[in-house]
Design a binder for this molecule. Structure first.
Ligand SMILES: Nc1ncnc2c1ncn2[C@@H]1O[C@H](COP(=O)(O)OP(=O)(O)O)[C@@H](O)[C@H]1O
Ligand SMILES: [Mg+2]
Length: 368
């Protein structure tokens, strides 16, 4: 089913994306760290999950967003629980290695094994030693002549953790040749800040990363996606309806899926209704995000200004100054714009700044 909102994990539910799966495969075979990059709703999780379930690679899948959902915010306990679950799934899916692997990790500090599940302690006194676990994974993989994938979905969300993640990645890179790390990121700028590949003092300095970028669907592909998706449901739709929807939603597969899901579950063929619901959702997400920032008010003015019409640096700055009635330092202003770009809410094209997601743009215009 194309119009299922959960990320896809089976080939038959995944529309197109053969090229992306192929590049991901190539990256995993030829590199040590692979980054799957695209704004939200472009299909990163779907591609990664489909690849993991179809390729047969032993893997650990760590979903950073799930930690935030279950804990309310990122913290070490949530991370260790997620890692425990990933390890538990790992041994369940690889039954043949169960005994050997369990035997090899049971002496590690903070590792508790019961039946066929693994629990890692997160308390400061007895925190499970992640490096040792990685060493045992490497040993197992090299004995098997296999590569293991450790995947972090939305890696940049792990930023607040008191674990030195870039050191961990560098350790894997330099010492554990059978482990491949895959990270995905919606907030590409933040992700790269975190990895700081260009910073000589960063542990990952100079290590090449294999990038897999996802793109939007073309207009024809988007229409085909909707057509095939509706064919899988009992809803009959006209071609004109599809092209009108694509005009509004563009080629963002997540929005197209949401559209198909709304129309087919609610039998409501009003494009406007769906757009309104989608844009409310997009605005809720961004507002949650901005609320945590000291510059919330300024970010909002910038976003509203650009949502109305793409503008240049100096015109956006002028609008913000007019709103606040004071002059704003150039450097501070540029920092705000750059932060919005790093978060993926804003993009620079030629001389102007734009909001690339049409649904978010509509939401900011109508609701913020
Ligand atoms: N190739 C695809 N075929 C069908 N549905 C897809 C495809 N890619 C993504 N989707 C759907 O689009 C939405 C967003 O996909 P997801 O993988 O969660 O994107 P991301 O991880 O980039 O935010 C989900 O509802 C998912 O089911
Ligand atoms: Mg995702």
């Amino acid at each position: 089913m194309y119009f299922d909102l959960a990320p896809k994990s089976r080939r038959e539910d995944l529309f197109n994306f053969e090229d992306v799966l192929e590049r991901l495969k190539h990256g995993i075979e030829s590199s040590r760290i692979v980054a799957v990059l695209a704004p939200r709703r472009y299909g990163k999780t779907s591609v990664l999950k489909t690849f993991l379930s179809e390729s047969g690679y032993p893997h650990l899948f760590i979903d950073a967003r799930r930690i935030i959902v279950s804990e309310g915010f990122m913290n070490i306990r949530g991370f260790m629980v997620e890692l425990s679950n990933a390890l538990t799934n790992f041994i369940r899916e690889n039954r043949s290695l169960l005994d050997r692997f369990i035997e090899s990790i049971k002496d590690i500090n903070g590792v508790e094994i019961s039946k066929s599940s693994i629990k890692l302690s997160w308390s400061k006194r007895n925190r499970a030693d992640i490096a040792s676990i990685l060493d045992r994974l490497q040993r197992w993989a090299s004995e098997q002549g296999q590569r293991i994938i450790i995947a972090f979905d939305e890696f940049q969300e792990l930023r607040p953790l008191p674990v030195k993640l870039t050191h961990m990645l560098a350790y894997v890179y330099d010492n554990l040749p059978n482990i491949v790390i895959v990270v995905t990121g919606s907030q590409i700028g933040l992700l790269y800040d975190m990895l700081s590949l260009d910073d000589p003092s960063s542990p990952l300095y100079g290590r090449p990363i294999y990038e897999v970028r996802l793109r939007r669907l073309s207009r024809d592909e988007a229409i085909e996606f909707l057509r095939k998706g509706f064919e899988q449901t009992s809803i009959k739709v006209e071609e004109g309806f599809l092209s009108k929807a694509v005009e509004k939603l563009d080629g963002i597969i997540g929005w197209l899926t949401y559209f198909g899901w709304c129309v087919s579950t609610e039998h409501d063929l009003s494009i406007e209704n769906v757009l309104e619901k989608a844009s409310r959702q997009a605005v809720n997400e961004i507002e949650k995000f901005l609320k945590a920032s000291r510059s919330e008010r300024r970010y909002k003015v910038i976003l509203k200004t650009v949502a109305e019409k793409p503008l240049s640096w100096s015109l956006i700055k002028r609008a913000l100054e007019a709103r606040e009635g004071i002059e704003i330092d150039d450097k501070n202003f540029t920092k705000l714009l750059n932060q919005l770009i790093k978060l993926g809410f804003l993009e620079k094209t030629n001389h102007n700044y734009v909001i690339p997601d049409p649904i978010l743009k509509k939401g900011i215009n109508d609701l913020m």
